[in-house]
Design a protein around this ligand. Structure first.
Ligand code: FCB
Length: 445
């Protein structure tokens, strides 16, 4: 029987990421990340927006924790900025960088809000990019050192660790599509980056365990629900190829210890996977305590006869949001049940889902975002159905707490449950914030 209540102890949170909200890019010893460099590159972001100031969360974090309390959430996912913690090549740890995150963690714990810490949300130190970034295997080891430094300070207190956010985006959107930092357009480098990111995850997980951290260790992948636009063999094969790139290139190594069987053929023109060394896949596939899923996209896929190797085209959504993707809550259920059925029995967490809107403050000072409420209502329903299907789902984290710097889209697209007036840095709860507070307090819809 379907019930709307969620299991006891279910984690209701919201998610953010360091570069998208903190600002204070020069404070307390922080050095540039690849996103500072990229966002300052002419033409890289809409209107040339950068994260220099963002939501000034670095200075206003305590007020932002108040917002979490108003939302009634019992969890909060945020990320730690590597270039604050290890600002220079050579590994010297910057205590002031760690102090900042320690204050947040302690404040959350004092208010009974469970911290869920992402260790890498795309802000690679620029000094490592200068040595090749994720194309360079050594970056995975440098990442391990950084993780160990964070674990040494916070390992006794943080209940949930996520090694990486969305390696798909870091690798492919950053290295093949050129839309994210470091802004490269080279598929061979992108596939190398996939491997070195996954290796970093494995090494990072190892370092966390060596430090005997008290919390659960996981990773967040963005997964999609691609399906063939027709029943033809060609479209089915195309959907499977897109599924390889978007999903199986990450799920298979993490949970089966091997790249998908069709990966070599798909990428044959660009790489022979010669960067994979003995033992790497065992490191990558070491058991996790939980798995984070960011869900935004389901798409119909058509064969592209002009390119038989890659050979797929996403069918444009008939009813797209402002970022060009549709609203498909059923895809969330598909993704969750698939992972639980085909890959792992560990607890799953929806670490992100959300919708961008052109929100505005009306003359009464209110932000009416009914579309966002409908979005979350349908996705929470889908999550609940997945639990009924037997999926061990333990948490749900809307993206995002605040409007923020949305990467190459800049500040124009708003995802927050709180409207940010960037001129004054005022936060205004949108209708969705008030609505979500009723969900968190009722433990369900
Ligand atoms: C995800 C990112 C997150 C945010 C949302 C909208 O891909 O993880 O930082 O920008 O998209």
């Amino acid at each position: 029987m379907t019930t709307n209540a969620f299991p006891d102890g279910f984690l209701w949170g919201t998610a953010t990421a360091a570069y998208q909200i903190e600002g204070a890019v020069d404070d307390d010893g922080r050095t540039p990340s690849i996103w500072d460099t990229f966002s300052h590159t002419p033409g890289a972001t809409v209107r040339g927006d950068t994260g220099d100031i963002a939501c000034d969360h670095y200075h206003r974090w305590r007020d932002d924790v108040d917002l979490l309390e108003d939302l009634g959430v019992n969890a909060y996912r945020f990320s730690i900025a590597w270039p604050r913690v290890v600002p220079e090549l050579g590994g010297n740890v910057n205590p002031k960088g760690l102090d900042f995150y320690e204050r947040i963690v302690d404040e959350l714990l004092a208010r009974a809000i469970t911290p869920v810490v992402t260790l890498y949300h795309w802000d690679l130190p620029q000094y490592l990019q200068d040595l090749g970034g994720w194309a360079n295997r050594d970056t995975a080891h440098r990442y391990g050192d950084y993780v160990a430094a964070v674990a040494e300070r916070l390992g006794d207190r943080v209940p949930y660790w996520l090694t990486l956010n969305e390696p798909y985006c870091s690798a492919f959107v950053g290295h093949a599509l050129g839309q994210h930092a470091p802004g490269m357009r080279d598929e061979a480098t992108a596939v190398r980056a996939v491997h070195h990111l996954l290796l970093a995850h494995g090494i990072g997980a190892q370092r966390l365990r060596e430090q005997a951290v008290a919390g659960h260790v996981g990773i967040t992948c963005n997964l999609t629900a691609p399906y063939p636009a027709s029943a033809t063999a060609e479209d089915q094969a195309a959907a499977r190829r897109l599924d390889l790139v978007e999903n199986r290139m990450f799920l298979d190594p993490l949970f089966t210890g091997a790249y998908p069987p069709d990966a070599a053929a798909y990428f044959r023109d660009v790489t022979d996977f010669g960067f994979v060394r003995d033992g790497d896949l065992a490191t990558i596939a070491a058991p996790l305590d939980f798995f984070g899923i960011n869900y935004y996209e389901q798409h119909a896929v058509l064969a592209d006869p002009d390119d038989p190797v890659r050979g797929w085209r996403r069918v444009p959504d008939p009813d797209p949001t402002i970022v060009g993707i549709g609203v498909h809550p059923e895809g969330l259920r598909t993704v969750l049940t698939r992972v639980a059925r085909d890959y792992t029995s560990v607890p799953l967490v929806v670490t992100e889902t959300g919708i961008a809107l052109h929100d505005y403050v009306d003359p009464e000072g209110r932000v009416h975002d009914a579309e966002r409420i409908a979005f979350y209502e349908s996705h929470i329903r889908a999550a609940r159905q997945a639990i009924d299907d037997g999926v061990p789902l333990v948490g749900f984290f809307p993206w995002s707490l605040l409007d923020d710097f949305e990467w190459s889209w800049g500040y124009g697209y708003r995802y927050g449950m709180h409207y940010v007036d960037y001129a004054t840095q005022a936060r205004i709860p949108k209708d969705s914030a008030r609505w979500f507070a009723t969900v968190t307090r009722a433990n369900g819809l």
